[in-house]
Design a protein around this ligand. Structure first.
Ligand code: NDP
Length: 246
């Protein structure tokens, strides 16, 4: 029996990168998976076909995380479509990595809307559909614990906020046996942080393993936290960074 057999999962930002790997991994574990995207309609449709080929249901929903009402509606749509919701993965995120003097207040609002408010909105609605055994997994960053280069004011602030939210919700939802955890990736080869992009040599050089990670490395941890073997783990952060922060 697969770990997530007959369960339903909702992933924000599932069309590319880490989110797409999470969608596939949860589907491989037997879950029906709904995911949101902002603009990558074609990639989302291809992913739906790939997931359905695994023998589970898939649903792609266009929902901009800057709009909390769109996020909440997407969660409700997924729960109605599958008839249940067991796993929420708050993955969608933006970087806005730049020097403080170049950061506008609009940048601040945008970063907090996508990286923080949407996580709050999705969680708020998702728990209304979850039963005992539900799981929320948030995606943070290793830049929460250790800031290894400049330009992280907006990004690290936002991810620190959802680290606090993770602990608060873990405490509050514990009596309902809904576990809430956060995964902190290090450098992962995606459009956001390509392994051949500017600054990639430095990021690689400060890992212990001397290499970028792959989206699948994060998806594996997320799948573990979404599954039954994580039943005694909540409010915890898991750094998957190739040894960047040691
Ligand atoms: P990518 O930029 O490669 O992919 C981002 C995904 O999120 C896409 O599916 C995109 O949708 C979606 N997305 C972005 N903005 C919105 C929005 N406003 N509304 C809805 N969906 C949106 O990012 P990664 O895969 O690299 O990052 C995923 C998560 O991992 C983020 O939270 C990021 O902060 C975190 N992370 C990444 C690291 C890395 O090195 N890559 C390191 C540490 C953390 P669309 O395709 O439609 O644009």
């Amino acid at each position: 029996m697969k770990n997530l057999h007959q369960q339903s999962a909702f992933v924000t930002g599932g069309s590319r990168g880490i989110g797409a790997a999470i969608v596939k991994k949860l589907a491989q574990e037997g879950a029906n998976v709904a995911f949101t995207y902002q603009s990558s309609k074609e990639k989302a449709e291809i992913l739906v076909a790939e997931v359905k080929a695994l023998g589970v249901e898939a649903l792609a929903i266009a929902a901009d995380s800057k709009d909390p009402h769109a996020v909440e509606a997407a969660v409700n749509q997924a729960a109605a479509h599958f008839g249940r919701l067991d796993v929420l993965v708050n993955n969608a995120g933006i970087g806005n990595i730049k020097p403080l003097e170049e950061c506008s207040l609009e940048d601040f609002d945008e970063t907090m809307a996508v990286n923080v408010r949407a996580v709050f909105a999705a969680s708020r609605v998702a728990v209304q559909h979850m039963q005992h055994g539900g799981r929320i997994v948030n995606i943070g960053t290793c830049l929460v614990d250790r800031i290894t280069f400049g330009g992280c004011a907006l990004y690290s602030t936002s991810k620190a906020a959802i680290t606090g939210l993770t602990k608060a919700l873990a405490r509050e939802l514990g009596p309902k046996k809904i576990n809430v955890n956060i995964v902190h990736p290090g450098p992962i080869d995606t459009d956001m942080n390509p392994a051949d992009g500017p600054g990639s040599d430095y990021q690689r050089s400060i890992t212990a393993l001397g290499t970028y990670g792959k989206p699948e490395d994060i998806a594996a941890m997320v799948a573990f936290l979404a599954g039954p073997d994580s039943r005694f783990i909540t409010g915890a952060g898991f750094t998957v960074d190739g040894g960047t922060n040691i």
